[in-house]
Design a protein around this ligand. Structure first.
Ligand SMILES: Cc1cc2nc3c(=O)[nH]c(=O)nc-3n(C[C@H](O)[C@H](O)[C@H](O)COP(=O)(O)OP(=O)(O)OC[C@H]3O[C@@H](n4cnc5c(N)ncnc54)[C@H](O)[C@@H]3O)c2cc1C
Length: 369
C-alpha cells in the first residue's frame, strides 16, 4: 500500500498515520467554531492538476553520510543520503564535508553530482578559494532535488533508534547553518520566502529543533478555517526548488566552476579524474557507485495544481502537505520505501488530490473564504 504521510509524521515514525490512506478524511463539526478567521481557499480538483512528479529520496535510516575514504590515490569525501531533508540540510552538510576534506589540500577539487548537495558543495569550495569542477550524470532540472517540495525544515531523513547522539548534534548544526544561508538568499532570485505553515499538530517537537518553528502558537478553533480540532501555526521558509537550483548552477559557473555531464559507473573510474580530492554528492547514485546497501529509495509523488497566488500559507495535515509555490500548488505526498521506479502513478496522484479535496470540504469559511 502506498503510504500517505505528512513530512513530520514520517520523521516521527507514526504507525497510526501510515495507515491514513485508509481513513475517511471527510470533515466533522469543530467545537466552538462559530466564526472562524478566514484564509483564501485552496481550489482542489482533478482538472486543476497541471503536472505530477515522482522522485526517489536517498534515504538512510542511519542518517546522511559525511565521511572520508581513500580510493586509490584519491581522497573521497562522501556527502549523500539526506532522505526527505536534503534541501533543508544542504548548505550545512556540505560545510561539514568541507571541514572534513579540505585541511591540507591544494589544487582543484572535483564534485560528483549537481543536486542540492553538489551545488552547495561547489559554491562553498569556491567561497573558500578553490577551483570546483562538477561532474554529474544529470544537471538541473533533471535531478531529484528539482522534485522536492521545498520546505526548509529537516525531516524524514533518519530513524531515531539508528543514529547516535554525535550524529544528531552534527545534523542539528547542518540544519542550523542551512537555515542561516537560506535566510541570506530570501527573495525572488533564489525563490526563497517565509510563509505561515498551519500544522494539524499534536505531536511533540524535537526539543533541539524548537528554533525551527518560529512564532509557533496553538490556534483556537475560531482562529483558523481548517477542519481540525487542533492547529498550530509557525513560520517556515520555502524554496521554489527549480529556481533555486538554476540560480546555484549559474553562480557556480559565474565563479569559474567547471560543469561536465559525465556518469561514473564504478569507483575505479575515479582514477581518471585529474583532481585528487573528490566530494561525492551523488545522492541515491551512491547505492551503486559506492555499494552503499544501507541507502534505499523512498519514492515521493506530488500532484501540482494551477498556481493560486492568493494562497500565501502552507499546511501539513492528515491528507498530506500543501506548499504554495509560484510555479504551482504542491500537494504531497507519498513515502514509499524500496520503490525504485521514479514515475508518478496515476492512481496515487488521483488519491492525493482526492484526500486533500475531501479534507478541505470541511473548510469553515464561506465561499469567498
Ligand atoms: C517528493 C519529494 C519531496 C521532497 N521534499 C523535500 C522538502 O520539502 N524539503 C527538503 O529538504 N527535502 C525534500 N526532499 C528531499 C530532497 O529532494 C533530497 O534529499 C535531495 O534532493 C538530495 O539531494 P542530492 O543532491 O543528494 O541528490 P540529487 O538531487 O539526486 O543529485 C544527485 C546528483 O548526482 C548525480 N549522479 C548520480 N549518480 C551519478 C553517477 N554514477 N555519476 C555521476 N553523477 C551521478 C545526479 O545526476 C545528480 O546530478 C524531497 C524529495 C522528494 C522526492
Amino acid at each position: 500500500m502506498t503510504a500517505f504521510l505528512t513530512r513530520r509524521d514520517f520523521a516521527a515514525g507514526s504507525a497510526a498515520l501510515a495507515l491514513a490512506g485508509c481513513t475517511n478524511l471527510a470533515s466533522r463539526p469543530i467545537a466552538g467554531s462559530a466564526a472562524p478567521t478566514c484564509l483564501p481557499r485552496l481550489d482542489v480538483a482533478p482538472d486543476r492538476v497541471i503536472r505530477s512528479v515522482a522522485g526517489l529520496r536517498p534515504y538512510r535510516r542511519s542518517g546522511y553520510r559525511v565521511e572520508m575514504e581513500a580510493v586509490g590515490e584519491k581522497r573521497v569525501v562522501h556527502n549523500y543520503g539526506h532522505g526527505g531533508g536534503g534541501i533543508s540540510l544542504s548548505w550545512g552538510s556540505s560545510r561539514e564535508a568541507l571541514v572534513l576534506g579540505l585541511p591540507g589540500h591544494y589544487g582543484p577539487v572535483a564534485v560528483l553530482g549537481a543536486g542540492a548537495l553538489g551545488l552547495t558543495c561547489a559554491r562553498l569550495l569556491q567561497e573558500a578559494g578553490y577551483q570546483a569542477n562538477i561532474y554529474a550524470k544529470a544537471l538541473p532540472p533533471n535531478t531529484t532535488s528539482n522534485i522536492a517540495g521545498g520546505q526548509i525544515l529537516p525531516s524524514t531523513h533518519f530513524e531515531r533508534e539508528h543514529v547516535t547522539e554525535e550524529w544528531l548534534a552534527k545534523e542539528r548544526l547542518a540544519a542550523d547553518y542551512t537555515r542561516r544561508r537560506m535566510q541570506i538568499d530570501v527573495g525572488e532570485d533564489y525563490g526563497i520566502r517565509w510563509i505561515a505553515t498551519y500544522d494539524q499538530g499534536h505531536r511533540t517537537l524535537r526539543p533541539d529543533l524548537r528554533p525551527f518553528y518560529p512564532g509557533r502558537e496553538s490556534l483556537a478553533p475560531d482562529a483558523h478555517p481548517f477542519p481540525a480540532d487542533r492547529v498550530d501555526r509557525y513560520m517556515t521558509m520555502y524554496v521554489e526548488t527549480g529556481r533555486w537550483l538554476a540560480s546555484l548552477l549559474r553562480d557556480v559557473r559565474i565563479a569559474g566552476g567547471g560543469v561536465a555531464v559525465r556518469e561514473f559507473r564504478d569507483r575505479a573510474e575515479l582514477a581518471t579524474l585529474s583532481e585528487t580530492l573528490i566530494f561525492n554528492c551523488t545522492g541515491l547514485g551512491s547505492h551503486e557507485l559506492f555499494g552503499d546497501e544501507v541507502l534505499e529509495p523512498v519514492r515521493g509523488q506530488l500532484a501540482i495544481l494551477i498556481p493560486q497566488p492568493e494562497v500565501q500559507y502552507a499546511y501539513s495535515a492528515s491528507p498530506g502537505y500543501m506548499f504554495p509555490r509560484p510555479d504551482g500548488i504542491v500537494l504531497g505526498g507519498t513515502f514509499e520505501h524500496g520503490e525504485w521506479q521514479a514515475e508518478p502513478q496515476p492512481e496515487d496522484i488521483a488519491a492525493i488530490v482526492e484526500r486533500h479535496r475531501d479534507w478541505l470540504a470541511g473548510w469553515r469559511c464561506g465561499a469567498q473564504g
